[in-house]
Design a protein around this ligand. Structure first.
Ligand code: 4AD
Ligand code: MG
Length: 474
């Protein structure tokens, strides 16, 4: 008989007709007369109840039907007698695909810790929490493609193997086929890459932006959505060594329009989750984060604060004067610590903040330099650039974006000042040499968005198989 997925079976009204469902047993309980099997096939967080008459099925037949086992159940669909579900299936035929030994199956108990579940990442999609997270993850990917497609952007594929360091932070994983036990070195003692696979030193990309800019200078509006790699040794609940990034790049827009895009895009994604993932969100709201749905709704309905870095520093310094204690000092020119970001977003404003116009020294080489220097407490500060980061409650930085420096001279100045090897950048510079245009873009960390939408606390729990320092299992 043809299989019905459980999400459809639960909505069906074809009562007293035969139906077949297949899935993994969440539990079996009951007495000498009747057993109840809770079956889940991943199509929804909800289980379907299979009612087993023990006059028709012996204890022996049911023995392999353990928690975690996989079965095919055929029976008659009936309105449910019990509370908690609309329909149930009265079993007529049972096929056991695979049992799961109760003494060994790790997902026997409820309430296992997130840390433990990470050690069994190959099985954790079978839990309610991770089933919900991964269904939502799929829906967010669809939301992202839908948004850009509807707004006339082209999905552009940028390479994962690259010879340039977009962010200039030196956090790249090398790609090589060289024999690491016998490295050929030049006279200067440096490794000679001429005989390596690509004939030069290459790495996994930290961002598709530079190639994305090339595409925006031809197709107008593009976005990338792909894996990104960073060898930053930060063991935090917000950092992965392999994460997914969405990077739109748009010709002919300025800072205000870039911020409009960032805000509109995030709100669209969050609204999509509320419209399409309510069963899973309700589960997460009940068991993972009680404020989740309310927080999602409030972000959709609220206008983000737009604030310059200098204004932000002023608010933080004022808070310190009024007795607020931070672990780190907050001087103009320093990167904001996450406690500073959280103070602004969660305590001071109580809503998302788009922070702009950062000190040049703490941002990447490609950002557009402002003509005017900012003034703080009556004093002129150093040069700033048109960065536009979005800071979110609970998460901190969710988007990093900027207007790009389109002036060849200014860009060259930064590249030289920062000692970025010019010979590797010739193709990028051609965008400024031939038909340069004002343009801007941003990068959204997909897993940071996932953290916000699911209410999960650790970024390792919103990607199926996390890659972090000292962890590459599965
Ligand atoms: O701020 P970042 O470094 O910006 C860029 O890479 C730009 N090239 C983007 C652009 O303008 N096209 O990274 C962008 C976002 C961050 O705001 C954060 O959400 C996420 O990527 N991110 C990480 N997510 C998880 N783990 C990490 N190690 C991350 N590093 C950055
Ligand atoms: Mg950033």
């Amino acid at each position: 008989m043809q299989r019905t997925v459980i999400i459809d079976a639960l909505k069906s009204t074809a009562f007293n007709e035969p139906i077949n469902v297949r899935g993994w047993v969440r539990s079996r309980r009951g007495n000498k007369q009747v057993n109840f099997i809770a079956l889940n096939d991943g199509s929804t967080i909800k289980n379907i109840q299979i009612v087993v008459d023990l006059n028709k099925f012996s204890e022996d037949t049911l023995k392999p039907v353990t928690t975690g086992s996989c079965i095919s159940a055929t029976g008659i669909l009936v309105p449910s007698q019990g509370a908690g579900q609309a329909v149930e299936i009265q079993l007529t035929d049972l096929e056991i695909y695979g049992s799961a030994d109760p003494d060994q199956y790790p997902l026997q108990k409820k309430g296992l810790s997130m840390e433990y579940l990470r050690t069994i990442a190959h099985l954790r999609p079978r839990t309610n929490t991770f089933g919900a997270v991964f269904r939502i993850r799929h829906n967010m990917a669809i939301a992202i493609h839908t948004y850009f497609h509807q707004h006339g952007y082209f999905y552009f594929h940028t390479p994962l193997i690259t010879a340039s360091d977009c962010e200039g932070a030196g956090q790249m994983f090398q790609v090589t086929t060289k024999n690491l036990y016998n490295l050929k070195k030049g006279e200067d003692g440096k490794i000679d890459y001429s005989d390596d696979f690509f004939g030069k030193q290459t790495s996994l990309t930290v961002s598709g932006q530079l190639e994305g800019e090339l595409a925006a200078m031809a197709l107008g509006k593009i976005y990338t959505f792909g894996p990104t790699f960073r060898a930053e040794n930060s063991n935090t609940p917000r950092h992965l060594a392999e994460f997914w990034m969405i990077e739109p790049e748009v010709a002919f827009i300025q800072k205000d329009e870039l911020m409009d895009l960032e805000e509109d895009f995030i709100k669209f994604c969050v609204r999509w989750a509320l419209d399409n993932c309510m069963d899973d969100l309700e589960f997460l709201n009940q068991f993972v984060d009680k404020g989740l749905i309310e927080r999602l709704r409030s972000v959709v309905d609220t206008e983000f604060v737009r604030l310059t870095y200098t204004e932000g520093v002023q608010i933080l310094q004022e808070a310190v004067r009024n007795g607020k204690k931070f672990e780190f000092p907050c001087n103009w020119g320093d990167d904001l610590a996450s406690e500073h970001e959280r103070y602004l977003v969660e305590e001071h404003f109580g809503k998302p903040v788009i922070m702009t116009d950062y000190p040049k020294e703490i941002k990447a080489f490609y950002m557009k330099i402002n003509d005017q220097k900012p003034v703080l407490n009556g004093q002129e500060m150093d040069e700033t650039v048109q960065g536009t980061d979005v800071l979110f409650p609970q998460i901190g930085e969710i988007i990093g974006g900027s207007v790009r420096e389109e002036s060849m001279d200014k860009l060259m100045g930064e590249i030289t000042r920062r000692n970025i090897p010019m010979k590797d950048m010739w193709w990028y510079l051609d965008t400024r040499r031939f038909g340069a245009a004002p343009h801007a873009g941003f990068g959204l960390g997909f897993e940071r968005l996932m953290l916000f939408v699911t209410g999960m606390q650790n970024i390792r729990d919103v990607i199926p198989f996390p890659r972090t320092p000292k962890t590459a299992e599965f």
